[in-house]
Design a binder for this molecule. Sequence first.
Ligand SMILES: [Zn+2]
Length: 142
Amino acid sequence: MPDAAPELDPALDLTLAAHALAAQPRAYAPYSKFRVGAAIVMSGKIFEGVNVENASYGLGICAERSAVFSAVIAGAHELAAVMVCTDASPPSSPCGACRQVLYEFARDPAAVVVTSINPAGERRSWTLAELLPDGFSGRELP
Ligand SMILES: [Zn+2]
């Protein structure tokens, strides 16, 4: 039997879900129409992100990474929780590139809960360690 899905503190879960849901309509996704909103906790503060596409397709960025980069601009470096909102059913998990970027800022990837939701109320959750087992980090650099 698989382990139970990891859970955030209920009040934080509600707050992050509200932020991710509120951010999602602000995504700039005129090409894919796949709008994504993210809300993360870094260094005790909440940061939102959305996916931002470009006519030169490869230049787009995901919501999770735009949230992390906003946090870093604000001086926050310690990731505690992630909430992602898409219209997908079941809710989409973060892409591989975002998993790696999230991992960079997770002191303990097994303690970072990543939750995906959709406006219909479906949800899935994992720890970051489950999403990126044996992830690459700066500790492996000389
Ligand atoms: Zn991504």
